[in-house]
Write a new protein. Structure first.
Length: 98
């Protein structure tokens, strides 16, 4: 489990649809989340904490996950592993809000 006890919002979808670009847009940063024109660039779960140092609003976390099975550059076993991990994350993660 995460050491941070804050709500998480996860971005899930096909490969190369702009999940990482959305994170960059929401944080108003061009390269916080790494992006690529090649599907399958995101290979890990990435957690981005918003409002960490603010006292006027509560912190929360955006989670950027690998795309769902459409990356041509990733072998089938890795895609199955990502899908299994994502299913467990979505069903078990207590801090997950959306």
């Amino acid at each position: 489990k995460s050491s941070l006890k804050i709500p998480e919002i996860v971005f899930v979808g096909r490969s190369n649809v702009g999940k990482s670009s959305l994170v960059n847009c929401l944080f108003n940063r061009k390269a916080l989340a790494s992006t690529s024109a090649t599907p399958g660039h995101t290979k890990h779960f990435h957690f981005f904490v918003a409002n960490r140092d603010r006292t006027d609003v509560p912190p929360f976390c955006f989670v950027d996950v690998p795309g769902l099975g459409y990356a041509e550059t990733v072998d089938e076993n890795k895609q199955v592993s990502w899908k299994s991990l994502l299913q467990r994350y979505l069903s078990k993660r207590e801090s997950l809000k959306l």
